[in-house]
Design a protein around this ligand. Sequence first.
Ligand SMILES: Cc1cc2nc3c(=O)[nH]c(=O)nc-3n(C[C@H](O)[C@H](O)[C@H](O)COP(=O)(O)OP(=O)(O)OC[C@H]3O[C@@H](n4cnc5c(N)ncnc54)[C@H](O)[C@@H]3O)c2cc1C
Length: 408
Amino acid sequence: MRLYLDEKHERLRAGVRAFAEGEVAPVAARLDEESRFPWDNVAKMAERGYFGVNVPTEYGGLGLDYLSYLLVIEELSRVDASHGITVSAHSTLGMSPILSFGTEAQRRRYVPLLATGTVLGGFGLTEPGSGSDSARSRTVAVRENGDWKLSGSKIFITHAGVGEVFVVTAVTDRDAGPRGISSFIVTKPTTDPEEAARVGVGHAEELAPYTPGVRAGKKEDKMGWRASDTRELVLDDAEVSRGDLLGDEGEGFINFMKTLDAGRIGISALALGLAQGALDEALRFSGVRRQFDRPIRDFQGVQFALADMATEIEAGRHLTYHAAWLKERGEPYGKQASMAKLYTSELAMRTTTRAVQLMGGYGYTNEYPVERMMRDAKICEIGEGTSEIQRMVIARTLFREEEPRPTI
Ligand SMILES: Cc1cc2nc3c(=O)[nH]c(=O)nc-3n(C[C@H](O)[C@H](O)[C@H](O)COP(=O)(O)OP(=O)(O)OC[C@H]3O[C@@H](n4cnc5c(N)ncnc54)[C@H](O)[C@@H]3O)c2cc1C
């Protein structure tokens, strides 16, 4: 991976790996079992700057590149995907739209709080009737005396409970299709004030007064990513000031789609981490588990499985880093981001399932992390655009790129 990574990247990777193995691995199974948000580790990750890796230092970030950010996600997810998505959803989904499309005043007000991990952010696009077809939003924003009133419901929103700053979409012109959707910044207090006070991050008095009418709904009980917070975000005649319109009116949907292009590389890094973690476990196990008087890795069938897993992970890593490399250089990267997300999500599912198989009954129990990894992998094929949607995006780009041919 020398093509993409320099020594600074490798040092960062080693640091995150040490953190993940030292602080995340011992608690991951319990947090998953209890479906509990990792507040203690959120505070430790905030201290290390993981919530603002690629944010310029003037806004409170570490000022590193996008690949550095991906390495943080990959290494956290190698041990626990819930920690990975906590950083990823906050960074690319919740914070980056403010950095990319916000005014200087919005950046100054919100980004330092988010980049330092003082509060957590989220992204509200999905609604009960509009998932993959996200342009069919029912949430509306009506102008009142120059300010806005938002009504609607966003579902499956990462950090809707624990978080305090959100970017959301709402229809501002019903007749303009996707061009009639705008985006807004809304705030609400965390649903875990005691935990936030205990660990010292998660709540910022400076945000008060919060947006009236914004609240978190019921927490989802999920198959995987169980230590990540997923809830409804309710906008009940939410009173949003004119200064919290994000980007130009009518540009919200387009800006959210651009945000998802980058977000998909983040999910790709997360899926890659999961696959690598599952391979590491299976590899270790295959050396100590003995059957028929020998370690199971002596069997060619086991060796072939491990070799295929490692080869596919290497291919996925190239796709992921290449998409990030294109993004860093300001080149078009939407197709490569979708390819990376599609490939690594399906790879994570395949690899974690194979790891369980290679570990037999032990792999199926929560004595080993691969059963959790297998459950955590599934959502990678669904969130931030399902695998089917990635295939649609890739095919559409192929058609656009096709050389015109003379008609017969
Ligand atoms: C844990 C979790 C966290 C999430 N976090 C967030 C978040 O922070 N913010 C946010 O806005 N959303 C979030 N989501 C929502 C997620 O992005 C959506 O679930 C996802 O986009 C799919 O939408 P849907 O669930 O409505 O499925 P649907 O769109 O109803 O899809 C159902 C099935 O139909 C298929 N399908 C739909 N259209 C087509 C088509 N044209 N061609 C072929 N197949 C098609 C889909 O691929 C899928 O298999 C989260 C979801 C989960 C579960």
